[in-house]
Write a protein that binds this ligand. Structure first.
Ligand SMILES: [Ca+2]
Ligand SMILES: [Ca+2]
Ligand SMILES: [Ca+2]
Length: 303
């Protein structure tokens, strides 16, 4: 009897195992899958790396300093995307044919007489700066006093260096007064060759100070803009003065602040500015050229 019961028990266990196995098999068929697919979960580290690469690619296309060159282009040139003028010569990186350093220079000696002494300075004229101004579009004359403002480039490397040389001459002549100092700069400009910048019969353009230095010549606008840029850089209180006589063409000179001098002057902003002629040698501080003495009105232009 015992043997019979054991056999029945074994049979029941075996049957249960077969039914269980069959059921599992049916379930597997029903699901239609063999092995469940391996799903790769992106780790935080991987996500960060992808984001970093995306940001880098975007940054390479950015132009932080707004000089028209992307970071990738600046890296190729060796310039900085933090500053628009990496070599600080007054020419933006995207228009500088030598964006790092000066390259070749144009040699030009400035020789003039002041206070009974001969002065001589070599103008610092890098070819890249000269090239930049040659190609630069110059706004046409609007016969408005504001026309001159874009031309006062007092931070060009050639102007900065020349202003420093002129200051050194002043310091070496410790006995000079204020007017002698101003006239050192003005006499240097006055000795340049007078040339009208005429296009198709009309005087429509003004030169940038560096162009007047490179060519060594200019008309009243060019020499006045150059003298004003130099004096401004040397921290003298200077303005442009546009003289007008009815029925006559206008003339440009400069106005320099001074106290109690004889000569032609005007008040502006509570200060007195004296006329200084920049075109021809011999004109003194406060001296208006004879042809502009009668019935002249003057506009003082802040720079
Ligand atoms: Ca840039
Ligand atoms: Ca730059
Ligand atoms: Ca530059």
């Amino acid at each position: 009897m015992k043997g019979f019961l054991r056999s029945v028990l074994i049979m029941i266990v075996l049957a249960a195992a077969i039914v269980g196995g069959f059921y599992a098999y049916l379930q597997q068929i029903g699901s239609g899958n063999d092995d469940p697919p391996m799903v790769h979960e992106t780790t935080l580290d991987e996500k960060n790396k992808i984001e970093e690469a995306r940001e880098k690619a975007l940054a390479l296309q950015s132009d932080t300093d707004g000089d028209g060159l992307t970071l990738a282009e600046e890296q190729r040139l060796g310039t900085s995307d933090e500053t628009a003028d990496s070599d600080n010569d007054g020419v933006p990186d995207n228009e500088d044919i030598v964006p790092l350093g000066v390259g070749e220079k144009i040699s030009k000696m400035l020789n003039w007489e002041h206070k009974g002494k001969q002065h001589s300075v070599e103008a610092y004229l890098p070819i890249d700066v000269s090239n930049y101004y040659e190609k630069k579009t110059r706004p046409q004359h609007t016969f408005d006093s504001q026309h001159y403002l874009p031309f006062i480039h007092a931070e060009d490397i050639g102007i900065v260096r020349l202003a420093a040389e002129l200051k050194a001459i002043i310091e070496a002549n410790g006995s000079w007064d204020y007017y002698d100092e101003v006239m050192l700069v003005v006499t240097m400009v006055q000795q340049m060759q007078y040339a009208k910048s005429v296009i198709a019969g009309f005087d429509l353009t003004t030169k940038y100070p560096m162009q007047t230095l490179v060519t060594g010549r200019g008309d009243c606008e060019d020499t006045s803009v150059l003298a004003a840029a130099l004096l401004k850089k040397m921290e003298y209180d200077v303005k442009l003065v546009q003289l007008e006589v009815e029925g006559k063409k206008s003339h440009l000179g400069i106005g320099v602040w001074a106290n109690g001098v004889k000569g032609t002057s005007w008040n502006k902003g509570g200060r007195t500015f004296y006329y200084v002629e920049t075109t021809t040698p011999g004109h003194k501080f406060g001296e208006l050229p004879i042809e502009w003495k009668e019935g002249t009105s003057a506009v003082l232009i802040d720079i």
